[in-house]
Design a protein around this ligand. Structure first.
Ligand SMILES: [Zn+2]
Length: 387
């Protein structure tokens, strides 16, 4: 695995219509740029994918996501299966048509949700029985069933069904969950719908031997991309970093590497440096709805009284629509009045901020100045107001 200098351009053949190309490398770190070619357009990596849990990135329209230049977003299998149901979405013509999104889509496998929610009924080697949080009805997810559901959604990228153990969990418990994840990964590979790219997920908790075992096993299967799952589930940040440090070097160079559920802008810069290509996180949207905004000079909480008469934009260095047109004082007033527009303007700005960071990262890798980019970013960002 070459990590030094600008290595050769690699093209990885994957499922029909999907292909990943490494286009540049950082000589100082493990970072690389790439292009993931999908049937719904090209995705430049490193990429941040907004989370569209219920087939909507909360508070934002699909037109706005296009305007913000996101090439790919996520849908949640668990939620969309329970409501409105995969059959209905298939009758609508698939998730792209149903939600009117003509760019790339990735669906998770529901594994994370099934295992993190309390209404888990039974976990066996065949699959999982769980209760719907909507009406209490019982459902079963097996690898074959999840591939059928994700197939009905028809996203460009489907994720394999995995068992994501909570933190903390014993070595024995994580070992069993990782074994199941491996068995299920092979079964997903046999039942994925034609035309969809399937990504495998490395599990193993915070145990190095299990992460190495899992990486070895998942990489040996013929997946279009490899994800690191089971991180950002409550473990200390240093531990999450160690897990990625152990695992990322074991992943094939020619395939896209996806770090699931991560993270803050600083996390993303750091994990790009370890060679990760794809990220998703609810932070920019969730924090936006809660009145917390990312700015060049750190995060601010707009509900703070100091913004009552602050007639400047959310971020003085941002040229997004929210910052061009509205002030902190106005947006604070909207929050205090529980107005929907507050969430709309904050979410739009936070997503724009993430995009600005990702564009900066890609440009810095291309110019081979990622470490300087991180330093400059941190100098301003840690001057933060309220964060
Ligand atoms: Zn802005």
């Amino acid at each position: 695995m070459t990590r030094e200098g600008t290595g050769p351009i690699l093209v990885s053949p994957m499922a029909e219509g999907i292909r990943f190309q490494v286009t540049g490398r950082s000589s100082e770190t493990g970072a690389r740029t790439g292009v993931l070619h999908t049937p719904h357009g090209d995705v430049r990596t490193p990429v941040f994918m907004p989370v569209g849990t219920q087939a909507t990135v909360k508070a934002i329209t699909q037109e706005e996501l296009r305007e913000l230049d996101f090439p790919i977003i996520l849908g949640n299998t668990y939620h969309l299966y329970l409501r409105p149901g995969h059959e209905l979405i298939e009758r609508a013509g698939g998730l792209h048509k149903f939600m009117s999104w003509d760019r790339a889509l990735l669906t998770d496998s529901g594994g994370f949700q099934v295992f993190s929610l309390r209404d888990l009924r039974h976990v066996g080697d065949d699959g999982v029985i769980f209760k719907s949080y909507i009406d209490g009805s019982e459902h079963e997810f097996t690898p074959e069933r999840v591939m059928e559901i994700e197939g009905a959604f028809g996203a460009d990228i489907a994720m394999a069904f995995d068992e994501c153990p909570p933190y903390p969990s014993s070595h024995e418990h994580v070992r069993e969950a990782t074994q199941r994840t491996h068995d299920w990964a092979a079964r997903c590979g046999e039942s994925v719908r034609g035309g969809q790219a399937l990504f495998g997920i490395v599990q193993g908790g915070v145990y190095r031997d299990l992460r190495e075992w899992s990486a070895d096993r998942i990489v040996s299967l013929d997946f279009s991309g490899i994800a690191i799952g089971g991180v950002s589930v409550g473990e200390p940040k240093q531990m999450m970093r160690e897990v990625v440090e152990w695992t990322a070097p074991l992943l094939p160079d020619e395939k896209p590497r996806y770090l699931m559920g991560v993270g803050t802008p600083v996390d993303i810069i750091d994990f790009v440096m370890l060679g990760m290509d794809m990220f998703d996180c609810v932070l920019p949207t969730r924090l936006g709805r809660n009145g917390s905004m990312y700015t060049t000079y750190g995060r601010i909480n707009i509900k703070n009284a100091r913004y009552t008469e602050d007639f400047t934009p959310l971020d003085p260095e941002c040229d997004c629509r929210s910052c061009r047109n509205y002030t902190r004082a106005y947006i604070r007033h909207l929050y205090k009045s529980d107005e929907i527009l507050a969430s709309r303007l904050a979410t739009y700005h936070n997503l724009h901020f993430y995009q600005r960071v990702m564009k900066g990262i890609r440009a810095a890798i291309t110019q081979d100045g990622l470490i300087a980019f991180r330093r400059e970013f941190m100098t301003k960002y840690s001057a933060g107001d309220d964060a």
